[in-house]
Design a protein around this ligand. Structure first.
Ligand code: PMV
Length: 325
């Protein structure tokens, strides 16, 4: 008898990268989820399989044995082991486990796939070991796993994967749910160009070091965008949100994290009637979002498709990490 848990993907509406330096960000959980199925084993192995990535292997006595995939597999499966170790440490219980990951979230695309996987795994492992964890604890464990993947993450991805909904996230104050009575109508466009969040965050850090008096005002503008966007979300003012998305994107271009593939999808989405469009997540490839009146969403999705991207008309979800069965 196994346990299945799931956690949502996300889009950052405003504030990516700036959030790493303590500024606020607005994040939305979306209706794509990662699933972790966990079963007890009779031995001490922690066996992990990711069906999407086509990789598997097991950890035993702190050694990793590859079963399917290449050398990269260990690096990709390690965060899962970290989650298991952390829960064993908290509970004082160790057990051999089979962990199987399935996901509908595109990988390395800026939609928070690794955090969703880690949060789902944490909840499933806790449940099977009979440990009661608060959401705050799942957030912390997911954050630790993210540090392996991303180096110095802000915590925005673990927060939304854990809590779901629409949140305001800031490193020093944590998670505040945002009242979003409106549906925020958006299309996600995936460039299918994969990139590394770790590298992009490092590039921005370098840029800030070289040009502090130029980059710091950009961070402050990012904060003002978020504050204005909170108001617009409360008022259901999609037009203003669109304008703010365009300004936010220009700031992200200024710090060097857009790319040709992103610009192409963003230009096409705007031409097809988006009120605003921007990259989402770390940039450098991955995904963009377009905000629009609901009756324009299909046309924008088609424009993204014609431009060579993969569109998803995303719906928000209030469900953070949860047990499925
Ligand atoms: O991993 P992504 O693409 O979802 O980006 C995470 C957001 C960043 O602000 C770029 C990094 C962070 O840790 O907040």
């Amino acid at each position: 008898m196994g346990v299945v848990a799931s956690a949502p993907a996300k889009v950052i509406l405003f504030g990516e990268h700036f959030v790493v330096y303590g500024e606020p960000a607005i994040v939305l959980a979306i209706d794509k989820r990662a699933y972790a199925k966990v079963e007890l084993r009779n031995d001490k192995r922690v066996h992990v399989r990711s069906t999407n990535l086509g990789i598997s292997g097991y950890f035993e006595d702190n050694l990793f044995r590859l079963e399917t995939g290449n050398e990269q597999a260990k690096y990709k499966l390690e965060p899962i082991k970290k989650v298991v170790d952390k829960i064993s440490e908290i509970s004082g219980k160790t057990a051999g486990l089979d962990v199987e990951i399935r996901s509908t979230v595109p990988v390395a695309a800026g939609l928070g796939s690794s955090a969703a996987v880690a949060a789902a795994t944490a909840m499933a492992v806790a449940k099977i070991l009979g440990v009661e964890l608060s959401k705050e604890e799942i957030f912390r464990i997911t954050y630790e796993a993210e540090r392996i993947v991303h180096g110095t993450p802000s915590g925005v991805d673990p927060a939304i994967a854990t809590f779901g909904g629409t949140i305001l996230f800031q490193m020093d104050t944590g998670v505040k749910p945002l009242e979003a009575k409106m549906d925020i109508p958006l299309v996600i466009g995936d460039t299918r160009v994969s990139r590394s969040t770790r590298n992009l965050v490092a590039q921005v850090r370098e840029k800030r070091k070289r040009f502090p008096s130029i980059v710091d005002p950009i961070l402050r503008s990012g904060r003002q965008i978020v504050l204005r966007a909170i108001e617009a979300i409360r008022q259901g003012d999609i037009r203003t949100l669109g304008e703010l998305a365009n300004i936010n994107h220009a700031l992200l271009c200024a710090i060097g994290v857009s790319s040709e593939s992103l610009e192409w999808l963003i230009t096409n989405a705007r031409k097809a009637g988006a009120l605003g469009a921007k990259l989402t997540g770390a940039g450098g490839g991955g995904c963009m979002i377009a905000l629009a009146e609901p009756d324009r969403l299909e046309a924008i999705a088609e424009a993204i498709q014609r431009a060579g991207g993969t569109p998803y008309v995303a719906r928000k979800t209030d469900h953070g990490v949860r047990i499925e069965s």
